[in-house]
Design a protein around this ligand. Sequence first.
Ligand code: ADP
Length: 216
Amino acid sequence: MKQFAVIGLGRFGSSVATALARMGCQVLAIDSDAEKVEAIMDEVTHAIQADARDEEALKAAGIRNVDVAIVAIGENVEANILVTLIVKELGVKCVVAKALNDLHAKVLAKIGADKIVFPERDMGVRVARTLAAGNVLEHIDLSPDYSIVEIAASHRLAGKTLGQLNLRARHGIMVVAIKHGDNIVVAPGAEDVVREGDILVLIGPTKVLERLEERE
Ligand code: ADP
C-alpha cells in the first residue's frame, strides 16, 4: 500500500489527504496550525503539527518512509519552495507541489518537483470543459493532443451497435468501456449496443472527443 504525506492542510491539502485516506492509503498529514491538524486527525493515519521548514521535524515525523509527498502550502510561496526542496533532499521519490503561478512552477521544476499542480486553474479548466461539452463527465489529458473522456450517450449515439457507429474508422476514437447502471462492459465489441444514458469511456484525439456529439 502506498504511503503519502500531505504538507499544508488548507482547502486543497485537506481534501487530498482525506480522499487518499478514504481510498485506504496511509496518510501522514502535517500543518503548522494546530487547528488544521486537530480537524483532520480522525480522518488520516497520522496528523502532526510542525513547521515543515524544520527538516528535523519532518524526519522525526517519518517523511522519509513515504512514497509520495504533496506540498500543498499555498500562499506562502517561500515556504512552499523551501519545503519542496527539503522533502526532495530527504530522498522522497515523488514530490507533488502546488504552484500559484507559472514562475513559481518553473522554480519548483528546477528544484526537482516531480509533478506540479495548479488546483484552481486545473479545476477551472475541468469545469469549463464539462460545461462547454455538455455531456463530458470526466476528462483526462494523456498528452497535449489525446485524452480519455467519459461521456453520457445521448439519443444521437443511442440505439446503435459499436459496429454501426464505427467510431474508430470515422473519428479515430476507441471505446474503452460502456457503463450501463452498475453493469460495465470493458473492451466492448462491434456487436455491443449503446443505449441512451449509458456512460461511454472513450480514448482519442481531444479535439474530436470534445465535438463528438455535434459530428454524429
Ligand atoms: P488552500 O488555498 O489550499 O486553502 P492555503 O494556502 O490557504 O491553501 O493553506 C495552506 C496551509 O498550509 C495552511 O493550513 C497553513 O497553515 C499551512 N502552512 C503554511 N506554511 C506552513 C509551514 N511552513 N509548515 C506547515 N504548514 C504550513
